[in-house]
Write a protein of this length. Structure first.
Length: 111
């Protein structure tokens, strides 16, 4: 189950900002919920036996978690375009580390 939830987050976060802005607007409670839920997901993944991930992937997920938290905080005060670009970049690092782009579980990266 945690795997499917992780895939759902990665689908949202792997999209360019202009494509998911309406779903997750800057400064919104939705963004706060996304950040909180992703943090809890990472905690559950690290504590449980549902998903077995390498330490490298866990570290990437933790970095992505920090980026999502940063964009959730900064988007309330100023335009967070740069922070969103980092979220997007780290999301694709996770996707590639998991090999999901090859399995077509996540949309193919454009550009």
């Amino acid at each position: 189950m945690l795997y499917n939830i992780l895939i759902s987050y990665l689908r949202i976060l792997s999209q360019p900002r202009h494509e998911n802005y309406e779903l997750v607007p800057d400064g919104s409670y939705i963004l706060d919920c996304l950040a909180y839920g992703f943090s809890k997901l990472i905690e559950d993944i690290k504590q449980g036996d549902d998903i077995h991930l390498s330490n490298d992937v866990i570290e990437l997920l933790e970095e992505l978690d920090a980026r999502i938290d940063q964009v959730a905080n900064s988007s309330k005060h100023w335009n967070s375009t740069q922070e969103w670009e980092l979220v997007h970049l780290f999301t694709w690092k996770v996707i590639e580390a998991l090999g999901l782009d090859r399995e077509s579980e996540i949309p193919v990266k454009e550009g």
